[in-house]
Design a protein around this ligand. Structure first.
Ligand SMILES: Cc1cc2nc3c(=O)[nH]c(=O)nc-3n(C[C@H](O)[C@H](O)[C@H](O)COP(=O)(O)O)c2cc1C
Length: 382
């Protein structure tokens, strides 16, 4: 039984507020760049649906723009209207019907909005992109600092922008609840709007929303409070952070511990510990050496120093490694990203490899009935 095994943390349920997650496996947000005008379509249903059929306990929909101009690329999902909400309902319903918790990441691209899809270059939009039908739009950020030479220069947000953006996060969170999502995550990582408020590299404001760390945290914390107030008390709220900028003079892990405490005080339940991205060299670029579990030390320190649940992410590819992280008290949840692109049935396969579900009872019924006989037949013929 992969989803309920007493001797496995990974495959046992986990409660956060009023929600029971069937296991600790999470598919983290992974943008598909496949929406038109932010509206979800059959690609998203099949893409996310596969992970639910594959046994993941929780599936996050990708970074979803709280405003049209807050989309990272022309292909990103949005939740700025009720039509966007309604297009997500079939996905939510399918995930629930397959025993998976539907979750969504809400974000705003800030100075990395209005950029190319990764496979078109991962940089600023070019004439070739516009000829392809992509649209380029004006962008906003804490300060008028482009990401790099050749990137769009954002307009520094004024009081009205701050108000409207906070409203947009709250409205999108309300729509997420209406669509049936059971977890909301705020994107405060990877060089997008809220992380650029946090980092001294991208926030040079001289008003109450800049300056020292308290000032730089002010707007992200206001957004967290707005989102918390917009969702039911029983619903878990996650925040994804870049635990470090990984750039000299940038945001540090000490800063993240302080931020996590402040987020907890505003009703955030889980810190999803990523890193990097506040540079033009890639969505999550840092100076970190990447090996298995390279961001686990961030989840560990934040969990144990800020006394808040954490999710570990980054090159965690097998259940044994995931179990070690959980047992060592380094994190409460394990996000498995690209390995799920490689194997959407990762959870069920790992459980099968550990001989936890020899009869395929946890598989979708329309597969399991056949696989049980198929497997026995193969074994008998050996
Ligand atoms: C195709 C793709 C799209 C991604 N999109 C997002 C996203 O929308 N939001 C986000 O916070 N991280 C995003 N990420 C980062 C992943 O959530 C994850 O943190 C990263 O892939 C590291 O985990 P892994 O080694 O298990 O893949 C994306 C990663 C990939 C591969």
């Amino acid at each position: 039984m992969p989803r309920r095994s007493a001797d496995s943390r990974l495959f046992s349920p986990h409660r956060i507020r009023g929600l029971e997650l069937p296991n600790r496996v999470v598919v983290p947000p992974m943008a598909q760049y496949s929406a038109i005008d932010g509206i979800a379509n059959a690609h998203h249903l099949v893409h996310y649906g596969k992970f639910a059929m594959g046994g993941a306990g929780t599936v996050f929909l990708e970074a979803t723009g709280v405003t049209r101009a807050g989309r990272i690329t022309n292909g990103c999902l949005g939740l700025w209207s009720d039509a966007h909400r309604d297009a997500m309902r079939p996905i939510v319903d399918f995930l629930k019907a397959n025993g998976t918790i539907p979750a969504i990441q809400l974000g705003h691209g800030g100075r990395k909005a209005s950029m190319q899809r990764p496979w078109h270059g991962n940089g600023p939009l070019t004439d070739t992109d516009l000829a392809r039908g992509d649209e380029c739009w004006p962008i906003i950020a804490p300060s008028a600092l482009p990401l790099d030479d050749g990137w769009l220069e954002p307009r520094a947000m004024d009081a009205r922008d701050l108000q409207e953006t906070g409203d947009a996060f709250a409205d999108a969170a309300r729509r997420a609840v209406e669509a049936g999502f059971e977890i909301v995550e705020i994107h405060m990582a990877h060089g997008y709007l809220l992380q650029t408020f946090l980092s001294p590299l991208s926030n040079r404001r001289s008003d109450a929303y800049g300056g020292d760390r308290d000032g730089r945290m002010r707007f992200p914390l206001e957004v967290a409070a707005r989102v918390r107030a917009a969702i039911p008390d029983a619903m878990p709220l996650f925040v994804r952070i870049s635990s470090i900028d990984g750039i000299d003079g940038g945001w540090t892990l000490d800063d993240s511990v302080v931020l996590a405490r402040e987020l907890k005080a505003r009703g955030v339940d889980v810190i999803d510990c990523s890193s990097g991205g506040n540079s033009p060299k890639g969505a999550t670029n840092t100076n970190l050496r990447r090996g298995p579990g390279f961001q686990v030390p961030f989840a560990d320190r934040i969990r144990n120093e800020a006394d808040i649940q954490t999710m570990a992410v980054g090159l965690i590819r097998d259940a044994g490694h995931a179990e070690e992280i959980l047992r060592a008290g380094q994190a409460d949840l394990i996000a498995v990203g690209r390995q799920h692109l490689f194997d959407p049935f990762w959870t069920l396969h790992q459980a099968h490899d550990e001989d936890r579900d020899p009869d395929f009872t946890e598989w979708p019924q329309a597969y399991g009935w056949w696989l049980e006989k198929w497997d026995k037949g193969i074994k008998a013929s050996r």
